[in-house]
Design a protein around this ligand. Structure first.
Ligand SMILES: Cc1ncc(COP(=O)(O)O)c(C=O)c1O
Length: 455
């Protein structure tokens, strides 16, 4: 510890840590919230202040912050076998059991699972699998990846290239060959007089036109979140996946469902693809997979991709890829418990039970003249702030309206997330009705206060 750094958690945090995705002027002014522990859906800082976390950490802590079953599962596995890899024909018994379970709960009749430490790595690995298949199957030009504007697929060089947000230009990304189609957000991007069905058809036509213009044999895969999460909680327009999937099938392009947020109950079903009634070729999972209690990502391949990956790997004797901690025994034990809690011990049911109250709360706050739209699915939702509701005109970006709302909420003991001009809520599934009411009351007070300042 240095003498010239004030002895406070806030000063020490700022001096020694480099922050990611953090508005630094705001941190300088307000100080870092340094946390010590959590209680149910609340987190507690070093001053003993409690915050209701309406974002489940980063969408992942669906069982709250002190779930005894999850903690015990981790502790027991730490005592039994605290770490191993999944290379060279070895893996832990927990890894075997988790793969079996993941295929079992997937929409696929059979399949195969590969592990990573995060959602970004899982998407990155999936792209490498598609490139590996292209090389192995004698179509090396099949390398381009299709995603959408406002997609969030992660931060590694490849997954950031898939992410459709302008901030990646500071890294000189996307890499060549990563193509971003339009965002299927009808409220924001629908044209004057265009019905939602017509909008969806326009999205599908854009996809087919792009495939034809690029050359169908140059495209390796299409990745989509069922609901775009970090892009601002954007459910697809009506019939979107039903319109795009036949086009992808026609040109032999795999559809990869990025279920890092949607997976394991967030949208009201185990998978977002179930909610939107399509069966993809592979699923990317993370976050609620371990209820946030261990870093883990998983790729679940459906039968076609699983068979092709097996054949391509056997052709050169191995799939030359993997991480030291892929299929970590503690992570797998925690994931097995998390899946049990979500699917068999009532957590997914609880999320479904809470949804009508959640939607009613969002709809009520959307009556505010400065909220243009509420949107969401299951227990993920957003309120979009606007200067003018009729014309959907956003506030001047310099006003930082959503950041001000989120900061005001933090002052009052509520964590919610500003995304563009929207406020995102994705509460843990364990919330009580009273806690949900507390969430909306605090948010409503913050909206009133900030809109009075800026409107
Ligand atoms: C849909 C989606 N994919 C991928 C990622 C990246 O996951 P990670 O932050 O674990 O790398 C995220 C993270 O929020 C996500 O929301």
């Amino acid at each position: 510890m240095r003498d010239d750094v004030p002895n406070s958690w806030e000063a020490r945090a700022e001096e020694y840590s480099l922050y990611g995705f953090t508005d630094l002027p705001s941190v300088h002014k307000r100080g870092t919230v340094v946390l010590t522990h959590g209680e149910g859906p609340y987190i507690v800082d070093t001053h003993g202040k409690r915050y209701l976390d309406a974002n489940s950490g980063l969408w992942n802590m669906v069982a709250g912050f002190d779930h005894p079953g999850l903690i015990a599962a981790g502790q027991e596995q730490f005592a039994r076998f605290p770490g191993y890899h999944a290379f060279f024909g070895r893996m832990s018994d927990q890894t075997v059991m988790l793969s079996e379970r993941l295929v079992d709960v997937s929409p696929f009749p059979r399949g195969k699972v590969f592990y990573t430490n995060s959602g970004s790595e899982a998407n990155d690995t999936m792209v490498k699998m598609l490139w590996f298949l292209a090389q192995s199957e004698g179509k090396p030009e099949r390398r381009k990846i299709l995603t959408r504007v406002n997609a969030y697929h992660g931060v590694t060089a490849v997954s950031a290239s898939m992410t459709g947000k302008p901030y990646n230009s500071v890294f000189g990304l996307p890499l060549p060959g990563f193509i971003h189609l339009s965002c299927p957000h009808y409220w924001r991007f629908g044209e004057q007089g265009e019905t939602e069905e017509q909008f969806t058809q326009r999205m599908a036509k854009e996809l087919e036109d792009t495939i034809l213009a690029e050359g169908p044999d140059t495209i390796a895969g299409f990745f989509a979140e069922p609901v775009q999460g970090a892009g601002g909680v954007i459910p697809p327009s009506k019939g979107y996946f039903q319109a795009v999937q036949p086009i992808l099938k026609k040109y032999g392009i795999p559809l990869i469902s990025d279920e890092v947020i949607c997976g394991f109950g967030r949208t009201g079903n185990t998978w977002g693809c179930e909610t939107y009634d399509f069966v993809p070729d592979a699923i990317i999972s993370s976050k609620a997979l371990t209820a946030g209690y261990f870093p883990m990502g998983a790729i679940i391949l459906g039968p076609d991709l699983a068979d092709r990956m097996q054949a391509a790997s056997e052709a050169i004797e191995e799939f030359p890829h993997g991480f030291t901690a892929s299929g970590h025994p503690v992570g797998c034990a925690v994931a097995l418990k998390a899946i049990d809690i979500i699917m068999n011990e009532g957590l997914a049911d609880r999320a479904r039970e809470l949804t009508p109250r959640f939607e009613a709360g969002l709809a009520r706050l959307a009556e505010n003249p400065n909220i243009g739209e509420w949107r969401g699915k299951g227990l993920m939702g957003a309120l979009e702030a606007v200067k003018d509701k009729a014309t959907k005109t956003p506030f001047d970006g310099k006003l930082s309206v959503s950041e001000r709302i989120a900061n005001t909420c933090t002052d009052h003991g509520l964590i919610c997330r500003p995304l563009g001009q929207s406020i995102v809520l994705c509460p843990p599934f364990i919330m009580t009705e009273t806690q949900m009411d507390e969430m909306f009351e605090k948010l409503e007070a913050a909206l009133k206060q900030v809109f009075a300042e800026v409107a």
